[in-house]
Design a protein around this ligand. Structure first.
Ligand code: SF4
Ligand code: SF4
Length: 463
């Protein structure tokens, strides 16, 4: 019933192509795959106190480790900052080079490329795959089975690689080899593997066209000087079949061979102009260049160029990285990086807060003095144990006590948070000098190793 509203999507059989962009993509694929899968195996010395994994999302302790950066739950605003910065960098890169993230670095592109390559290894190139799909015999069964087995193997490696970001990579590897991995770990590995198998094996271009929001708002970042993959209509039209005598005079250079279409992983015809589906992978450039070579025509009928240069080819309209938009985005990125870096480098290694008891708010003692209770919370973000002394600053005569701890020697272990129950008491003679019901008490928390003082204030309630 729904078929009348939606056009059936045709199955794509992208043809492989050789060329400089394809080679570059293979190199980049290898680099990005290594980064995505092997980063957790890199070690970073944190003094033996915290994990030595370079990048780790430590969910049980709600911490994020990224080389020298360590983000605590109280610093989640750093994550927001990093995400915002990543978005601005993406806008910046897109405004200059179009969708190169999609074409060269996106997970979906990298993994789909690998899955299509495996398809080619076991089933052959485009025409062989089309023929194989029309058959119903043992050859089809075993070739398809081998393809799916290889996809599942890659998916499982991917699942393992991504779960390593949440666990110690070496311990997880050992546990898997010794069949000692937990059910949660195995569940996540299988879950991610299943999504990889589904997205790179089946959903493929649909993810880029229908699921990824980036394709929808990319046009807002493009302008006439953005580098995009484009077909030179002025040079290519009128298109006609290849001339037998090799004479291209009085006609366009496009021979309508559709090589640019059959290699396209999203199944579009670049000759129809800039389209939302185009992920700027550049394979159509290689395909067309190989055809131009055969006819001794100049390469670049399909190429990276700007819309301005395509419409009006001249030196001024050629791609130029130095333009107002570039400076604008670059200024925002540099300023944001500077602010982030500054806050990361100079963030306090100690965080202190004091929370007043709410029940009871205060206690009147038998001698007439009044006591307020507090919880002192100290976060030690350093890699060494810390010892602190707590003293009252503006009410030195007030009595400050802790339930079970020596206030002259509060111990907070490295990389840990410690809470101390403390009481502050004012005797009747001191209370008589105070007219307000609530007064502000200032405390000094002195780091006994460095002598640095953290100032803390809280309210003392008298009545
Ligand atoms: S049109 Fe060209 S650049 Fe765009 S997705 Fe297809 S092959 Fe890649
Ligand atoms: S590959 Fe080049 S010549 Fe062939 S159809 Fe595409 S644009 Fe025309």
């Amino acid at each position: 019933m729904l078929e009348q509203y939606f056009e059936a999507k045709k199955r794509l059989y992208p043809q492989s192509i050789k060329g400089r962009i394809r080679s570059l993509k293979w190199y980049l694929n290898a680099i990005f795959l290594s980064i995505y899968l092997f980063t957790p195996f890199l070690r970073y010395d944190r003094g033996g106190v915290a994990t030595d994994q370079s990048v780790l999302i430590d969910l049980p302790n709600s911490k994020l480790y990224f080389f020298f950066v360590e983000i605590w739950p109280q610093e989640v605003y750093f994550l927001m900052g990093i995400l915002l910065l990543a978005a601005v960098i993406l806008f910046f890169v897109t405004s200059l080079f179009g969708r190169i993230w999609c074409g060269y670095a996106c997970f979906q592109t990298v993994w789909t490329d690998i899955f299509i390559a495996l398809e080619k290894v076991f089933q052959g190139d485009r025409n062989q795959r089309i023929l194989l799909d029309r058959k119903n015999n043992f050859e089809k069964f075993y070739k398809k089975s081998l393809t799916h087995i290889s996809w599942i193997a890659v998916s499982l490696i991917t699942g393992f690689g991504f779960v390593c970001y949440f666990n110690d990579a070496y311990i997880l590897s050992k546990n898997i080899l010794n069949l000692q991995a937990s059910l949660t770990q195995l569940g996540w590995i299988l879950g991610i593997a299943f999504m990889t198998y589904l997205m790179a094996g089946f959903a493929r271009e649909h993810v880029c066209t229908f699921m990824c929001p980036y394709a929808r708002f990319q046009s807002a970042m493009f302008d006439n000087n953005t580098l995009i993959i484009s077909y030179d209509e002025k040079r290519g039209e009128p298109r006609q079949k290849a001339p037998k005598d090799g004479d291209f005079s009085g006609r366009g250079h496009c021979i309508d061979c559709k090589q640019c279409v059959v290699v396209c992983p999203v199944g579009i015809d670049i000759r129809d102009g800039l389209q939302m589906e185009c992920i700027a992978c550049g394979l159509c450039v290689d395909a067309c260049d190989s055809i131009m070579d055969k006819f001794n025509l100049p390469k670049g009928l399909v190429r990276y160029d700007t819309l301005a240069n395509l419409e009006n080819p001249n030196k001024k309209n050629k791609f130029n990285i130095l333009r107002p938009r570039t400076f604008f985005y670059a200024a925002i990125i540099i300023a944001s990086c500077a602010v982030m870096l500054n806050s990361l480098i100079f963030k306090s290694p100690i965080e202190v807060n004091i929370i007043a008891d709410r029940n009871p708010i205060y206690v009147r003692m038998s001698d007439g003095s009044i006591r307020n209770g507090y919880t002192l919370r100290i976060v030690n973000k350093t890699y060494s144990d810390k010892y602190f002394k707590l003293q009252s600053n503006n009410f030195k005569q007030g009595l400050i006590k802790s339930q079970n701890n020596d206030l002259n020697n509060l111990h907070v272990m490295a990389e840990k948070v410690a809470s101390f129950k403390i009481f502050f008491k004012l005797t009747p003679d001191l209370l008589n000098k105070i007219t307000e019901d609530r007064i502000l008490i200032d405390f000094d928390l002195i780091d006994k190793n460095t002598g640095e003082v953290e100032k803390i204030s809280t309210v003392f309630i008298k009545d």
